[in-house]
Design a protein around this ligand. Structure first.
Ligand SMILES: Nc1ncnc2c1ncn2[C@@H]1O[C@H](COP(=O)(O)OP(=O)(O)OP(=O)(O)O)[C@@H](O)[C@H]1O
Ligand code: NI
Length: 269
């Protein structure tokens, strides 16, 4: 059985002009330990999907149809109180622009430890220890615990947010553009840390990105979104080798020609 099963999900944003469907008939299945990528250009509906999966759409959006079943529970019918049990715990989100999740008046350590304590039901001192370990996995020093968010760079805040999502041992992580404000070295570290987490704990992942290289590195399966529609879905290796839809073909060709255009090491530029 799938850990996460999304069937024919359609989500619309409401405006005075009517309902605008940002995601249409999206379906996917994610087994325990599986890695699924969702790729598409800006406005394709990727974040809409992430927010729907976590019950965070807010008042201006509605789930028009479809279902989201996680661990046997239908999520689209949960009340706000019931959502608190799932969100951030068994099902965790690394939100887009996650460097901005932090409360500016509390230290990162305080917020991380509180989050871990709440979701794992462990003592504060154990939570602080786990917070330090989670930061280390993201290449951050223990001193980050005592820092206020504004004392860290955007990339450090982003890695600390990823540490928060990973620290509570989720069964599934939804990662929305989780490497977008990181420089290349830290992108590598974060992708490696997510891969290590999957291998060590069997964490399933839905990796949302506009960057095919990120998806190709992490994901077994890929869904390609264009203006809210799934135009291609399959094994990532197959899509890379022989994309079918014109949009997918262009995306693969553009990524390959970009990589090929990089000067070879040592060559004069
Ligand atoms: N709160 C909102 N109210 C109205 N329309 C919205 C809202 N949020 C998103 N949309 C619209 O829904 C569509 C999908 O947006 P979404 O944020 O899901 O795209 P995305 O694929 O995540 O893009 P990006 O790569 O830029 O993050 C867009 O046309 C966007 O303008
Ligand atoms: Ni987005």
């Amino acid at each position: 059985m799938s850990l996460l099963a999304v069937e024919n999900l359609t989500v619309s944003y409401l405006s005075r002009g009517g309902a605008f469907p940002a995601l249409r008939n999206f379906s996917c299945r994610v087994a325990a330990g599986d890695t699924v990528g969702v790729i598409g250009e800006s406005g394709a509906g990727k974040t809409t999907l992430a927010l729907a999966l976590l019950g965070l759409l807010g008042d201006r959006a509605v789930i028009e149809s479809g279902s989201i079943v996680f661990g046997g529970t239908e999520l689209t019918k949960l009340t706000a109180g019931e959502w608190r049990k799932y969100r951030g715990g068994r099902l965790a989100l690394i939100p887009q622009a996650s460097q901005n999740i932090w409360n500016p008046v509390l230290t990162v350590g305080h917020q991380l430890a509180e989050h871990i304590e709440h979701h794992l039901g462990i003592s504060r001192s154990d939570a602080v220890r786990q917070a330090a370990a989670a930061l280390r996995e993201m290449g951050l020093e223990e001193t980050v615990l005592a820092s206020y968010p504004h004392q860290l760079s955007g990339g450090m805040r982003q890695r600390a947010a990823i540490a928060a999502a990973c620290a509570v041992n989720p069964a599934c992580i939804i990662a929305d553009e989780c490497t977008n404000s990181l420089d290349v070295r830290y992108q590598n570290d974060v992708l490696q840390a997510l891969e290590n987490l999957r291998q060590a704990r069997g964490t399933a992942m839905v990796v949302i990105s506009h960057d095919l290289a990120v998806i190709a590195r992490l994901c077994r399966k890929t869904y390609v979104l264009l203006a809210g529609e799934t135009v291609e879905a399959g094994l990532t290796a197959d899509i890379l080798r022989s994309p079918v839809h014109p949009y997918a073909r262009r995306m693969v060709a553009d990524t390959c020609s970009f990589l090929a255009s990089l000067p070879a090491a040592g060559k004069e530029v």
